[in-house]
Design a protein around this ligand. Structure first.
Ligand SMILES: [Mg+2]
Length: 191
């Protein structure tokens, strides 16, 4: 791990994350009553580890209405874990979801969140996989991409995962953050 990545990982306070192509694989199963998407529990556990380390998680997706059902359901699941507030008084902060935000609107949503929580882009990371993620990736201190992202996106990322979106990309990012902060994941609460 290079010095810059270590420094950025240590000052991380908020992880902005794309939905399709990052938390979910980039594919959609059509022809079913509802669109079906695939994600990995490996990444869900990674989200829990970041939350346990005190880092805020914010998903930002271009999808909205029925198309955002899968990410909405996933975020609700994260927020109902026993270690989350309000289930636990001093528990993890809620995972936040912004729907219907693409391109410049992703950047706008992130800026609003940062302002509201007295945080800055200096302490922010974003993981995205396609060109509508570029406006926000170019503003955060730590732009990240899955190995399955478009080449143009990987070129501007300071961290590229080994595993693809929907199958470990987030966990690779989380493992790197924890390692840089000297945190042993085995010492953190897991759900
Ligand atoms: Mg995407």
């Amino acid at each position: 791990m290079n010095d810059e990545l270590t420094r950025l990982a240590r000052s991380l306070r908020v992880f902005f994350c794309d939905s399709d192509g990052v938390l979910f694989s980039g594919s959609v199963l059509m022809g079913m009553p509802h669109k079906a998407k695939q994600r990995s529990h490996i990444d869900g556990q990674g989200i829990s580890l970041l939350r346990a380390a005190g880092i805020r998680i914010v998903f930002i997706t271009n999808e909205k209405d029925d198309h955002a059902a899968a990410i909405r359901e996933t975020v609700e699941k994260f927020n109902s874990l026993p270690s989350s507030k309000p289930q636990k008084n001093d528990g993890w902060e809620p995972v936040v979801l912004f729907e219907g935000r693409g391109g410049e609107k992703k950047l706008e949503a992130a800026e609003n969140f940062l302002r509201e929580h007295h945080l800055t882009m200096e302490s922010a990371a974003y993981m995205g996989d396609d060109i509508n993620d570029a406006p926000l990736l170019l503003k955060v201190a730590l732009p990240a991409a899955p190995v399955s992202a478009e080449e143009a996106i990987k070129k501007i990322a300071k961290f590229v995962s080994e595993r693809p979106g929907g199958a470990g990309a987030i966990r690779d990012f989380v493992n790197t953050i924890l390692e840089a902060r000297g945190i042993d994941p085995l010492t953190l609460p897991t759900q």
